[in-house]
Each structure stands twice: as C-alpha cells, then as structure tokens.
Design a protein around this ligand. Sequence first.
Ligand code: ZN
Length: 487
Amino acid sequence: MARVLVGLLWHEGNSFNPLETLEADFSLSEGETLLRDYRGSETALGGILRGLERQGFDPLPATAARARPGGPVERAFIERYVDSLVECVRRERPDAICLDLHGATTATGLPDVEGHLLTRLRQEAGPDTPIAVAADLHGYITPAMTAAADIITGYRTNPHADMGDTGERAVRLLARLLDGERPKLTSLRVPMLAPGNDWTSKGPLADICARAGAMRADPRIADLSVFNTQPQLDVADTGQTVLVYSQDENLAAHCARELGAMLWRHRTEFTTVLADLDTTLAGKKPGLLALGDFGDRVLGGAPGDSLYVAETTRRDFPHLRTLSFVHDPRAVDTAVQVGLGNTAEFAIGAAVSSHAFPAIRPVAAHWTAKALGRAQYVNRGPYMAGMKSDFGEHAVLTDGNMTVVATTRAPNAHDPAALGLALLDLDEIDVVVLKSGMHFHLSFSAICPCVSVATPGFATDRLDTLPYDSARPVYPLDDIEWSSEAP
Ligand SMILES: [Zn+2]
C-alpha cells in the first residue's frame, strides 16, 4: 500500500492589497484533524482523500493551511509552513506526495511561494518520489513549480465546480507515476491577463475549454490544463499558462500552441462585461437579488472593506433593503461598546480601500447594534460545500434599510449560509451584497438571481487603475506582439 503525504496551502495573492495576510488569518489542520476537516469536503484536498481511498493508498496527513485570498502572506509564516512539510517528508519518507495548492500564493518578498515549497520538497524527497499537485485554475504556474512537481493539474471550471474532481484526478495521475510512467511536460505562457470575463462556460473561454476537452480525450495526452492566472498579481512572467503532459512531445507542442493561439486571438474579449450597478438596481425585480461586489471581492484578494454598493443604494434607491458584509474591526469594537440594542452615530468601512479608491468611503449613519458574536458557519455550497467559514467577531448593525455585518476578518462571503449571521428572513432583504465575483453564482443561483457588478477596489477588472510594475509588459496593460509559433 503506497503511503502518500498530503497537504494543502490555499491563499490567492493580490499584489495591490496593502494588508499583509497573517498567520492568524489561516485555518490550520494537522494530522488526524486534517483528515477530519477535509474528508467529504468539496475541495481539491477532499477529492485527493477520496481518490487515495479508491486507489487503496494510505494518506499521511501533513498540514493544511487555508486563508481567504488577500495581500501577500507574512514571509516567516510561509517559511515555517514549508519547513514543516519538509520535516514531514524527512520523518515519514513517503512513497509519493500529493498536494492541494492554490498556485497563486504570494508572500512578502517571495512572489512564487509554491515554486519555493515544491523545490524544497523535491530536494528532500529526492528525484524518484512522485509529486502531484491539484491547483486552482487561477494559479501562477512558474518554471520552478513545473520543474519540481511531476504533475500539476488544474480545475477545469470557473466558477470552480470541479475542485473535488481535480483532487481525484491528481491521485489517478499519481498512481500512474507510481507505476513508473513519467509523461514529459510541454508548457506555454501567453503574455496576457484575463480580467474577469473568464467564465469557462460562456464568453471567450467557452470555445477554448471545449477544444482543451477534446484534446484530453486523446489517450496520448496524460493531462492538459489551462491556467487563467489571477490577474491582480504583479509578478514577473505572469499570463495564461498551458500545461500538456504527454510522452508524445510533438503532439503536446501542437496542442499547447493551438490553445495559446486561441487565447491570444480572443485577448480583447477578456476585458469584462460586468453589469452597471445603477442599471442593475433600476431594473431590479421583486424578490431577493444577490450582487457580487467585483472590485472589493475578498475572493479576488481585496480587503472586503467597501460599502460602495450599500451607500449607492441608500442614496439612489432608498426603497431597497440591503444586507452587506464588511471588514471593519473598529466598527465591531464600537458596537460592543455601544451595546446590544443601542444606537450611536459612527462611520463604517473603507479603512484600507479609500486610500487607493476615493469612491469607496466610510458610511456614517445612526447604527443600532442588532447582534454581536462569532461569524462562523459551514458553507452549504455547492462551492466549498462542507467547509467552515470564520470571519472572526462580528456585529450586525442596522440603520433604516441598511443592514451591515461588520467583521474582524475579511468576510469571504459567497454562501447563502452567511445570511444567517444577519438574523433576517429572506423576505426582509431586497439586495444581498457578496464579496465574490463569480463563485457566489454557484451557491446562490438556486435561491435568487445573481449579478456581478462593476465596482471600485483592489480586485477591479479595470486593470489600468492598478499600479502594475513587475508584470509588465503584458496585454492589456501593454500593446505587445506575440505569436504561439515563436520558440
Ligand atoms: Zn480560482
């Protein structure tokens, strides 16, 4: 029975969010706790554990470290995490390693965290221990990562409906590696960013994903992934990455070049077609509407401190009752001092975002503290079903038609279970504002219409409003020439 070391590092970096992601922002699970937390969850690690069981392999649980997306992670924590995994390999001498990695984790002074982690693991494990990785479709896949791992396979869908499947596939590929198969990698980087219009079921990616699917049906292709790298990442050599694993290098090169050419040909279509907020609110039908606050979505690494949608609604559509989630530890403190059921005048939100985006302002009102407590719940899914969300302490504050759930951790709110924090019935809300651009569609579409709206913030689709440096030159920031046929 093969003994397979398993672990997870999940954090999507946003280079422009000035708030460092701290160790305290991570949920950590080790050993048996990892198995308990992730078995049955709709995550790649959940899929890896399912796959190992199917193959009859024995999981050796290392550490799972999961944080919401955000600013770069504190370097010392990443180094401790990497050391702990390396130590686990040294102690256990596993037959293979299978990891759930986001792929676009950044740390302070270390843009390629996964490349660093995989390189250290390869050094410790030696050249013959297979290493397989299940990665997010938004991964920043670097030469250091592909050199150190035998297989990196990515989600096929955005929003991500196949995280568990990806984990299971990573294990199937790992089983083939354990049987001695060593497919060669052909990779191709396309120097362009896809800022938001990157649904895999519609828009420019639909044809590309269908073509990639047809290529995978060829048994000579061991695996093929297209990575639409997280665009709000200011790192060298970013872009779209195609990975093809096959013994047939000519075929792999042909596939990579064809997909690269398709991506480049469609490059103008990736600039988003997000809905306009005013138009959306003006045309709102009766019943609940879920809005994705695209610019300040925590799922794109923004701070989650904007009440831009709530403020706009209060000003221009005052008859609509909004429920918003906002990162504001000071507002939580103030609410505790004011006391449950009491009212005071103060401002909420915008502590970080207002410095870069003047349209995001603190919202002053006569706030009544309606509830205080711990913002925890289990996601119903299907996105991230079974995973616990924890936004720290929270205060539910109301004034007129505005209800705000202020939290001490960035509120990665994308699941209907989050509504329970506000102690409101669905018919008491007209608009719920979520800190998600796409994934909330998976989990809310059974309940109500979902619309992603263009808003300011560190996760904006308007890439020209962000101060890129290391990523350049890259399309659409720069008008560059490129061909998939170039060597
Ligand atoms: Zn993603």
